[in-house]
Design a protein around this ligand. Structure first.
Ligand SMILES: [Zn+2]
Length: 113
């Protein structure tokens, strides 16, 4: 059985890496300080990455309000379920809101209509 990550965690790590890439790209501008055009390009690219991650973070916020909070049967912690099936954020236990899917192996396809 493949390992899946909670959707919210996945999006969050994507946003985090965007911030990181943004800073690295902006840092790269230092190496081209003799060329103002390149510096400008690098700094704007870095800014775009950081703005993008802010947008993704806002999106996570919106998703979190739509997600259903449940107590995970595996570890007893409160976790959020997004869509029909999701994975516990703490112990990777499969969670479902649909009784007909209970006990079945996790499949991302269940979230599609
Ligand atoms: Zn759990």
């Amino acid at each position: 059985m493949k390992k899946y990550n909670s959707k919210i965690n996945k999006i969050r790590s994507f946003a985090l890496s965007l911030v990181f890439i943004g800073f690295v790209v902006m840092y790269g501008a230092i190496f081209f300080k003799n060329n103002p055009i390149l510096v400008l390009i690098f700094i704007s690219l870095g800014l775009i990455c950081i703005i993008g991650s802010t947008v993704v973070y806002l999106w996570i916020g919106l998703l979190s309000t739509k997600a259903v909070q449940v107590v995970c049967p595996g570890c007893g912690k409160w976790t959020k379920v997004l869509g029909r099936v999701d994975i516990c954020m703490y112990c990777n236990e499969t969670l479902t809101l649909d009784p007909t899917l209970e006990g079945k192996e996790f499949d991302q396809a269940y979230n599609k209509r």
